[in-house]
Design a protein around this ligand. Structure first.
Ligand SMILES: Cc1cc2nc3c(=O)[nH]c(=O)nc-3n(C[C@H](O)[C@H](O)[C@H](O)COP(=O)(O)OP(=O)(O)OC[C@H]3O[C@@H](n4cnc5c(N)ncnc54)[C@H](O)[C@@H]3O)c2cc1C
Length: 387
């Protein structure tokens, strides 16, 4: 087993450091506070070839794997510049289109997506179904001409208004009428400006550039060109995207935890109280050392999950553990860092408290850690299902 990164992987991991020369944390924070999409930064990432890391070369991508995507995301977050639209938009959408799209769909979406000319959002969550996606009620129904009408609602959809297209998880058969609860799902690709789609922003208490939206679908016209994969086989596509989402967000969480701790170490070495740098006091050292250990352990599990994914080996256990470990480690790391800053930690100038809501989100979304623990209990350890 080799834990070393090759030259290309090292370059991908360090890309965030180069990007931050032009687009640093301060740029990102300004975008977050003004709720402005970081268009220039996104374009630069696209021009440098990083949006399509996992897209095959013939469609404008780099033809690399999840391992490289996770390194890229971790490296950006190490610099304090996480971009949700690169996770839920670029990665979660381009990969399924690459894997399940028709040739026409691939030609239409992948090169433009890799070039950063079009953006995607990914809509799963519904207000009533919540975590229980099986109970989704956003439906497509045949209208008799080989076309469908889409009706329903989605909520908390990141970057919906800024996106050009959306991948929407729908049902073509109600959950009350299917033999198996995973039957009857269909994923559709929609033009975000299609007639019948309405959006309402949701004001969330997390400072990120991307806004969240409620979506309302009223008789939206759907044809074969909008269907990703087969009608009724959408759950397989959705299932394939769950581990990647957990792996990538774990990578983002570890990077953000590392960023917060590096700021704390700088500050604790510099700030003198009672005639010594506060970093000399074990009461501050030990939580930081513990946080550092937890972050590096989570990073290791994230890389293992990505490595397994790229080899098409089962990675559900590792992806879930990575997501649990990383979101917990990052939250603890930010808390330990915040304590070092004393009152300054709560100021806009130092910007440490502002990291907390973002990393804390990752305990709840995209899947809450209780469901992650349920998965580990049931599927990894063989305990009875609890819900
Ligand atoms: C900033 C932000 C961005 C988001 N972006 C997107 C997006 O782009 N696309 C998208 O589709 N969704 C998105 N979401 C939605 C997010 O994925 C959901 O909020 C999350 O999955 C939790 O679902 P819920 O809010 O319906 O919580 P609920 O299902 O109401 O659950 C509430 C709480 O109950 C507990 N719980 C529920 N079921 C169980 C159980 N069986 N066992 C133990 N505990 C349980 C958990 O603690 C959970 O946190 C986003 C959310 C936020 C806040």
């Amino acid at each position: 087993m080799d834990f070393n990164l090759n030259e290309e992987q090292q370059m991908i991991y360090e890309y965030g450091q180069n990007l931050a020369k032009d687009f640093d944390r301060a740029y990102w924070v300004n975008c977050a506070e003004t709720r402005t999409f970081p268009t220039e930064m996104y374009k630069k990432v696209a021009d440098d070839g990083f949006i399509g890391i996992m897209v095959p070369e013939e469609y404008g991508g780099a033809g690399l794997g999840m391992f490289e995507m996770a390194l890229f995301q971790e490296g950006l977050s190490n610099m304090g510049i996480p971009l949700l639209s690169l996770v839920v938009g670029a990665t979660m959408s381009l990969s399924p289109i690459g894997d399940h799209g028709t040739e026409e769909q691939k030609q239409k979406y992948l090169p433009a997506g890799c070039a950063g000319d079009i953006r995607f959002c990914f809509a799963i969550t519904e207000p009533d179904a919540g975590t229980n996606t099986m109970r989704a009620t956003t439906m497509i129904k045949e209208d008799g001409n080989g076309r469908y009408k889409l009706n329903g609602r989605k909520t908390f959809i990141t970057d919906a208004e800024g996106s050009d297209y959306m991948l929407v998880v729908t049902r073509n058969v109600s959950h009350t009428e299917v033999a198996k609860k995973t039957d009857g799902f269909t994923i559709v690709i929609l033009d975000s400006k299609a007639p019948g789609i309405e959006m309402q922003p949701i004001d969330v208490s997390i400072s990120i550039p991307e806004m969240q939206y409620q979506l309302f679908f009223d008789d939206v016209d759907i044809g074969p060109e909008n269907i990703l994969g087969e009608v009724g086989k959408g759950f397989e596509i959705l299932f394939e995207s769950l581990n990647p989402e957990r792996i990538i967000l774990a990578a983002v969480a570890t990077g953000m935890g590392r960023y917060a701790m590096e700021r704390a170490v700088e500050y604790a070495n510099d700030r003198v109280v009672f005639d010594r740098p506060i970093g000399a006091y074990q009461a501050l050292q030990h939580p930081l050392a513990k946080g550092k250990t937890e972050i590096e352990l989570a990073s290791l599990m994230t890389r293992k999950a990505a490595w397994l994914f790229d080899r098409k080996q089962a990675c559900g256990a590792e992806s879930n553990m990575a997501k649990l470990a990383a979101s917990t480690a990052a939250t603890n790391a930010v808390d330990a860092s915040l304590q070092c800053f004393g009152g300054n930690g709560f100021t806009k100038e130092y910007g440490i408290f502002d990291i907390y809501p973002f990393v804390r989100l990752l305990k709840t979304a995209p899947l809450n850690n209780e469901m992650v623990l349920n998965y580990i209990s049931e599927h990894v350890m063989g305990l009875p299902r609890s819900y």
